[in-house]
Design a protein around this ligand. Structure first.
Ligand code: PFF
Length: 455
């Protein structure tokens, strides 16, 4: 009898997968990229990338996971026994593991800012850059937050797929969407917010350069959690009646809506305060925004408190559901491949990631001058290797595997649930064309761009 866990409902499937996709990438990285790449034009290119490339690659991961109902390594082994394709399974697990080691650092910052907001400290910060540098540079405080956020993630993981991941996502994702809606309304009602809306809605097509296109493509892959073991592992828990195309469509819609709405929260607020520039880079959320909150509501401290609290809570929920989805592929792999108990496997993953996460955190403080990896510290190294190397390489391999190795009848059967649901033939042929030709070439270009080949 097959006793492998599965998600309990279609809504649970969508919420869990959307929980993985919606993360710091949407609320923190996306607005940063929009700010740096000229606003509305970037958003347009981003949407095209999501539809043209994100959707087919997500479907590939879904069908590999759902067909095999196995962890990523065993999934590739089952589909291509005795071949090198299993390398992609290992790469997926490694990528998730590496990303988790540095993703937890920024997640821990969001928890700190949420706590600070709750305690009313955000309204009292006099120099937000100094506040941020002091916190991230301290040897103890970020480590404590990192431990707390990992204990939380661990707790959800050991409760299992249905009672842990699914239940948590089903509560947290609607809450996240509600917070976003409230914040967008608040941001729009700020005086002077129109300039921010214009920045997001009026594309200046002269701003679309090859660099902008490649950044949008990279952002799309990161934001949708593609090319790592996450979505493939989650799909292995999908039930046989789950509709893959519909699920992918829903996840993509939620992810893109959250990203764009985050822009609509941040930029109208930023533009309403004329002293602040929209292209402030990664510090936008932790350094610029506290200043914006204070200036925008200078006469009503209670609104500074409320707005900041809701915003950082939003960021924290987004980060947590993504951390869980990064933890799961590694835990599932250890548990199923090496037949270690699930609890024990989760303890090993948490222990290793906490240790490496602490090193990444300390690279903003006591280890700031320790740069053993080609001049990079721990944080930058884990980011570079996973997001800039493993991710595109994995993306190319997934496309080649689905497009050239898998039988097209297997793909058709998965997408149509063995003929029970209707899919236009044209959609199918388009999918195959993209996954065989367009996507691998496009991802290879992102890879080259990330490595500075076009600089
Ligand atoms: N998609 C997440 C985000 O936008 O923050 C990040 C992420 C989660 C990347 C899970 C990769 C992953 F496997």
């Amino acid at each position: 009898m097959n006793t492998r866990a599965s998600f309990g409902s279609k809504l649970g499937i969508i919420m869990a997968a959307a929980g993985s996709a919606v993360g710091l990438g949407n609320v923190w990285r996306f607005p940063t990229e929009v700010g740096a790449n000229g606003g509305a034009a970037f958003i347009l290119v981003y949407i095209v990338c999501i539809l043209l490339l994100g959707l087919p690659v997500m479907l590939s991961e879904f069908l590999i996971g759902r067909h095999t109902h196995a962890n990523t390594v065993d999934a590739y082994r089952q589909l291509a026994p005795g071949t090198w394709w299993v390398f992609q399974g290992y790469l997926g697990v490694f990528t998730a593991w590496f990303i988790l080691c540095y993703y937890c650092v920024v997640s821990a910052w969001t928890m700190k800012y949420m706590v600070s907001a709750f305690c009313g400290q955000i309204s009292a910060i006099s120099d937000s850059a100094e506040y941020f540098a002091h916190f991230t540079g301290s040897p103890l405080e970020p480590v404590i937050y990192l431990l707390v956020i990992f204990i939380f993630t661990h707790f959800i993981i050991i409760r299992g797929v249905q009672k842990g991941i699914e239940r948590f996502s089903k509560v947290m994702m609607p809450l996240l969407l509600l917070i976003i809606a409230i914040l967008v309304v608040c941001s729009f009602s700020m005086p002077g917010s129109r300039a921010g809306m214009k920045f997001l809605l009026m594309p200046d097509f002269t701003k679309i350069t090859s660099k902008v296109v490649l950044s949008a493509l990279g952002q799309a892959f990161y934001s949708l959690s593609l090319a790592m073991g996450c979505l493939c592992t989650y799909a292995s828990y999908f039930t046989d009646d789950a509709k893959l195309v519909k699920t992918a469509g829903s996840v993509i819609s939620i992810d893109t809506t959250v990203a764009i709405m985050s822009g609509f929260i941040i930029f109208p607020a930023v533009f309403s305060v004329s002293e602040v520039a929209p292209d402030a880079g990664p510090g936008l959320v932790f350094i610029t925004l506290p200043k914006v909150f204070q200036m925008a509501f200078s006469e009503y401290p209670i609104f500074v408190w409320l707005f900041a609290l809701m915003f950082y809570l939003l960021l924290l929920i987004a980060a947590l559901t993504s951390m869980i989805s990064l933890h799961e592929p590694v835990t599932a792999f250890l548990h199923e491949h090496y037949k270690i108990g699930r609890q024990k496997a989760a303890v090993i993953v948490t222990a290793v990631c906490v240790s490496l996460g602490i090193l990444c955190t300390l690279s903003f403080g006591p280890l700031a001058d320790f740069k053993p990896f080609f001049g990079m510290g721990f944080f930058d190294f884990f980011d570079f290797v996973s997001a800039k190397i493993f991710l595109p390489v994995g993306g190319i391999i997934i496309c080649l595997f689905t497009g050239w190795k898998l039988d097209s009848s297997l793909i058709w059967n998965e997408l149509t649930n063995d003929g029970r649901i209707y899919i236009p033939k044209l959609f199918f042929w388009l999918f195959l064309f993209i996954i065989r030709f367009l996507a691998p070439v496009a991802i290879a270009l992102i890879f080259a761009n990330e490595l500075g080949v076009f600089a």
